[in-house]
Design a protein around this ligand. Structure first.
Ligand code: AP5
Length: 213
């Protein structure tokens, strides 16, 4: 049986969201993306969204206590009982420890490995739908109609944190705060390295094989 308590790990732009979405559909489990949840709060203009926006636009991490709270609430919803795929959480050792304290036992952490050069190419051309969160790429995954979301017909935008300065900050935050999770989960025996280079379908084939016994 496939593993269904999953987490995607990897640098910004590695393709975590792209892979998580496909795996979630295939295994019929919810994709729990803290980035998407924070962007949704922002669109709704909630206090949480306004607070998070300051950190996100600068390419910095939102404080641990804020994200831990929203993930705890989300994991307590009934659809997460049979499995889930965490996308973008945990991102610090503090968040990983909080997840352990919640009693969540991850079955596999997929560590998507890509070069920094490739990350910059992927983020530089990313187009996002501000309405439904779908993601496209100018070169690698263009929408059917230029500038329009295939899923909901909204105008596509570039994310504010995909500006070159913000990408640099996000990579710094990744190396300083998130990369230590590779050893954290290797020590727990659940880390699986996945080669993230190649087309999205090629990466998906590797990711799916890694969690299917
Ligand atoms: P978040 O939204 O999680 O951003 P991220 O981790 O930086 O990841 P991205 O969404 O940028 O990239 P991805 O790896 O999902 O790649 P994607 O599939 O889109 O977080 C944003 C911000 O929110 C953070 O900076 C922080 O401020 C805050 N935040 C979120 N969670 C937090 C937490 N836990 N703690 C604190 N703060 C938190 O792919 C990228 C592009 O490449 C797309 O255009 C895609 O089409 C294309 N692509 C994908 N795969 C391939 C491929 N194989 N070949 C070619 N192109 C590809």
């Amino acid at each position: 049986m496939a593993k269904t308590k999953l987490m995607m790990l990897g640098p910004p732009g590695a393709g975590k969201g792209t892979q998580a979405q496909q795996l979630a559909e295939k295994f019929d489990i919810p994709q729990i993306s803290t980035g998407d949840m924070l962007r949704s709060a922002r669109r709704k203009g909630t206090e949480l969204g306004k607070e998070a926006a300051k950190f996100m636009d600068a390419g910095e991490l939102v404080p641990d206590e804020v994200v831990i709270r929203i993930v705890k609430e989300r994991l307590s919803e009934p659809d997460a009982e049979g499995g889930f795929i965490l996308d973008g959480f945990p991102r610090t050792v503090g968040q990983a420890e909080a997840l352990d304290e919640m009693g969540v036992e991850l079955e596999a952490v997929l560590n998507i490995e890509v070069s920094e050069e490739e990350v910059v190419r992927r983020l530089g051309g990313r187009l996002s739908c501000p309405n439904c969160g779908a993601t496209f790429h100018e070169e690698f995954k263009p929408p059917t109609e230029e500038g329009v979301c295939d899923e909901c017909g909204s105008d596509l935008v570039k994310r504010p944190d995909d500006r070159p300065e913000a990408i640099r900050e996000r990579l710094k935050a990744y190396h300083a705060k998130t990369a230590p999770l590779v050893d954290y989960y290797r020590d727990q025996g659940v880390l699986i390295d996945v080669d993230g280079e190649g087309t999205p379908d090629e990466v998906y084939g590797r990711a799916e094989a890694a969690i299917s016994d």
